[in-house]
Design a protein. Structure first.
Length: 187
């Protein structure tokens, strides 16, 4: 290993922590052992809670109220975003100037919608999950999927709009998986 590589490896954890400090913005609570990849941003109008042992890849945009459970894997370039970030119905106002959900006094279209990603979920590369959606425990969202409706536990969804394409585990294996998650990982 070259001297430059050794030096970089010494500073890498420090750089990662510094970046995470920058990337995690207002109204976000982070659990233990959470990795936030370079280029990613986490922000919420009111509150976003991230559980323990969560991996958030590079260049992700997570700008919504909600919850991300424990043991979750979010791949690169994923978006968890508001379904109605601007009230485009406002009369006499260009859409660029329309009322914004991040305004603390705003209570119109889209306010109160949350994204809930339950424990042990994998959200694949480039997927988009809109607010108002719950992704059930153990589910997998395929790369590039656009999730506009709730996802059942242990379902695999794909496409635009995302639809159920398979199951992550056979029904008779779910109980064993759940027992192991509790015993070994505390999830």
């Amino acid at each position: 290993m070259r001297e430059d590589d050794r030096t970089l490896n010494l500073f890498k954890p420090l750089l990662q922590r510094a970046y995470e400090w920058f990337a995690v913005r207002d109204n976000v609570q982070i659990g233990k052992r959470v990795h936030v990849g370079f280029g990613s941003v986490l922000w919420a109008p009111n509150l976003l809670v991230v559980g323990d042992d969560v991996y958030i890849g590079k260049y992700c945009t997570i700008e919504c109220d909600g919850e991300i459970g424990s043991g979750v894997l979010i791949a690169n370039q994923v978006g968890l975003v508001g379904r109605h970030d601007h009230d485009w119905r406002a009369m006499g106002v260009p859409v660029r100037r329309s009322p914004w959900i991040g305004n603390p006094t705003y209570a119109g279209l889209g306010s109160g919608l949350r994204v809930v990603i339950e424990d042990d979920v994998w959200v694949g590369y480039g997927a988009i999950v809109l607010s108002g959606v719950r992704v059930g425990r153990g589910a997998i969202v395929a790369a590039g999927a656009v999730v506009i409706d709730d996802v059942e536990e242990y379902a695999i969804v794909a496409g635009n709009p995302a639809r159920r394409v398979s199951e992550r585990l056979p029904t008779d294996a779910v109980d064993e998986h759940e027992r192991t998650l509790r015993e070994k990982w505390g999830i």
